[in-house]
Design a binder for this molecule. Structure first.
Ligand SMILES: [Zn+2]
Length: 349
């Protein structure tokens, strides 16, 4: 797939979407995202609920209107938080057939498949993700099997609820625009379970499919084989979304396997930690802008980059902003790293 069309929006694939967990990509505004050709962002359903923002967002016209970001908005389901906050710390809640009970910081929420889809519809998302029972690849086979079975059952409940709520009847000029809904393939490191999960989701029928679960092992090694296999059991005529895959070399590998959508916190988080991405030959390298050697360097971060930061400011200026803890440093560094990722995707468009 070279393009993805959702109602009146079309984007080129592959595409990288930065994470806007609480509705904002940290340190930058929507005008910055537009200027640096960022075609989409990923907002998190769990945080919309926990922050109690969803009512405000809904009242003010949805995430697009709230953030003034006109591109594609994916809302992640909260399944990943079930793993990171509950599977790893059972005191924070429990995962049952009804859904995920979060008991965190005085908040008690039952994130059911239905509430998950309801929240994403209210947010006005373009791509809605099914609630999945996300696992760590290190968990036992028995747990992975239970997670796959539950993920498929929840996906069916998500799809049924989605179909009921988006049945707008005959299309008219004013009829509501229907978002896409994606299923998430779980199964840990087991090919058999990944296939079983993908088959179950395909039978229900989704507009796209995603690789779910942590894509790296305990030592940080990218799980190439299972990520590749999972792409092979997804339909080729639908988008394939590698969730959480963000290192440029891993993205390149995934594009070879057929994935065409990516999201990750890396470019924005790295920017805030003074790590800036620049192309180097056929690969890339980091510029650690806080290093003293840039103190008087009048060159841009990258002479080839057309971002606002590189076309306006020197390495020395950015070095000084970081040294003085000026928040502008975070914005300018983030802008550059986001443009690096949009340029990286362009190599494959
Ligand atoms: Zn730049």
């Amino acid at each position: 797939m070279k393009k993805l069309k959702i109602n009146d929006k079309i984007i080129r694939l592959p595409a990288f979407f930065p994470d806007a967990t609480h509705g904002a990509v940290k340190s930058v505004g929507s005008l910055d995202l537009i200027r640096e050709n960022v075609s989409g962002i990923v907002v998190n359903t769990y945080h919309l609920l926990v922050d109690k923002n969803i009512e405000t967002v809904k009242k003010l016209g949805g995430v697009h209107e709230f953030t003034k970001f006109p591109g594609i908005i994916i809302t992640d389901s909260g399944g990943f938080q079930a793993m990171s906050l509950i599977r790893r710390s059972p005191g924070n809640g429990k995962i049952t057939e009804d859904g995920v009970y979060f008991h965190i910081n005085g908040n008690k929420i039952l994130l059911s498949p239905e509430l998950c889809i309801k929240t994403q519809l209210e947010a006005g998302s373009d791509i809605i993700m099914c609630l999945d029972d996300c696992t760590d690849p290190a968990e036992a086979h028995k747990e992975q099997k239970l997670s796959v079975e539950r993920t498929v059952r929840w996906a069916k409940r998500c799809k049924d609820y989605f179909d009921r709520k988006t049945n707008f009847g005959r299309k008219t000029k004013n009829s509501k625009k229907k978002p896409l809904i994606f299923g998430i393939v779980q199964g840990g490191s087991s090919k058999k379970l990944r296939k079983e999960c993908a088959d179950g989701l395909i039978k229900i029928g989704f507009d796209g499919y995603a690789y779910g679960g942590w894509p790296v092992d305990g030592t940080g090694k990218f799980l190439s084989e299972i990520v590749k296999f999972t792409a092979s059991v997804m339909p080729d005529d639908k988008p394939k979304y590698a969730m959480g895959v963000g290192k440029p070399q891993d993205i390149k590998e995934c594009i070879r396997y057929g994935y065409n959508l990516f999201d990750c916190v890396l470019p924005t988080r790295d920017a805030r930690h003074e790590r800036l991405y620049v192309f180097s030959g056929r690969s890339y390298k980091f510029i650690y802008i806080g290093s003293g050697k840039y103190k008087k360097d009048n060159k841009p971060i990258s002479g080839k980059c057309k971002c606002e930061t590189c076309t306006s400011y020197s390495r020395a200026y950015l070095y000084n902003l970081f040294k003085n803890k000026d928040p502008l440093a975070l914005r300018l560094a983030t802008i550059h790293n986001l443009r690096f990722y949009t340029d990286l995707m362009k190599l494959f468009n």
